[in-house]
Design a protein around this ligand. Sequence first.
Ligand code: HEC
Ligand code: HEC
Length: 288
Amino acid sequence: MKTLGKVLLGIVGLVVLAVGVLFALSSRAVGKKYEVTARPVAVPTDSASLARGAHLVEAVVACRDCHGENLGGGALAMGPVGTFVGPNLTSGKGGVAGAEIERLELAIRHGVRPDGTPLLFMPAEAYTYLSDADLGAVIAYLRSQPAVDTTQPATTLGPVGRLIVARDAKAFIAAEVVDHGATPPASVTPERSVAYGQYLANIGGCTSCHQASLKGGLELGPPGTPKTADISATGRVRQWSEEQFREAMRTGVRPDQTTINPFMPWRAYRHMTDDELGAIYDFLKSAS
Ligand code: HEC
Ligand code: HEC
C-alpha cells in the first residue's frame, strides 16, 4: 500500500510538473516581445481607394470571418483550445479603426500589439504581403464603416491551446513566421498576371493554409477538418480548366461534384472577379 501511495504521489507530482512546464512555455511564447518598427501608411480618402478596400475585405482578406459581419468583433469559441476574439474594427466605442496608424499596421502586417507581444490567431502571415496602398485602402474602408459600440473580451487560450502553443508557437502566432524586416511594395497593379495572382494568393491566405509550396497537408481546422489540399503541380486542381477552377472557388463544389470543406473560405473568394481568379489560376499553373 505504501509503495502504491508513493507511486501515485509520484505520478501526481509529474503531472503537476508537466502542467507547470506547459504553462511556463506557453506563457513565454505569448509574452515574447517582437522588435518591430511600424511602417506607417497613408490612408486615402478617394472613392476608388475606398472601393478597393471594400472589395479586398469582402473578397480577398476576409476580415469579417473573425471580426464579425458588422466588423464589431466576434468570438470563435474552440472549447479547450481557447476562445479567439476578433476585436471591434470599427470606429465605435471599443473599436480600433480610429487608433494610430502605427498600431493598425503592427497588428495587420506583423501580428503584434503596440507593446511588441504577439496577437493570437490573427493571420498577419498573409496580410504582411499587403502593399502600402492596399493596406491604406483597407484601413480607409474600416474607418468608413458604421461605428459599432462594443468592447470585446480578450482572447484566451485553454489548456489544449497552451499545449499547442508550447509545442509549436507558429500554430497560433503569426508574428513567429512573419519576416518583420521585409519591405512591402508601395503598390501593386491589379492585372491578369502570375505575379498578381501570387500577390492575391499571399494576402488571401492561400499560401498560409496550403503552404508556400502549395503542397498543403496541414491540419488547421477544428477536429474532423480535412488536411489542406495539394494545389501545386501534383494536385488534382492542375487538371481543372480555368472555368472549372472558378466554379469550384465560387460554389465550393469540385468538377467531380464533391464538396470542398467549408473551412476553405470560398464564401469570400467567390466575390473575386474573373480576372482575379484567373490570375490565381495562372499562378497555380506556374507552380512546380
Ligand atoms: C482568422 C481570424 C481573423 C481574421 C481573418 C482577421 N483577424 Fe484580426 N484579429 C483576430 C484575433 C483573434 C485578434 C485578437 C488577437 C489577440 O488579442 O490575441 C485580432 C486582432 C486584430 C487587430 C488588433 C486590434 C487591437 O487591439 O489593436 C487588428 C487591427 C485586426 N485584427 C485587424 C484585422 C483586419 C484589418 C483583418 C482583415 C484584413 C483581420 N484582422 C482579419 C483574428 C482575425
Ligand atoms: C483557412 C485555410 C485555407 C485557406 C485560406 C485556403 N484554403 Fe484552399 N483548402 C483548404 C482546405 C482545408 C482544403 C481541403 C478541403 C477538403 O478536402 O474538402 C482546401 C481545398 C482547396 C481546393 C480543392 C483542391 C482539391 O484538390 O480538392 C482548392 C482548389 C483550393 N483549396 C484553393 C485555394 C485557393 C486558391 C486559396 C486562396 C484564394 C485557398 N484555397 C485558401 C484550406 C484553405
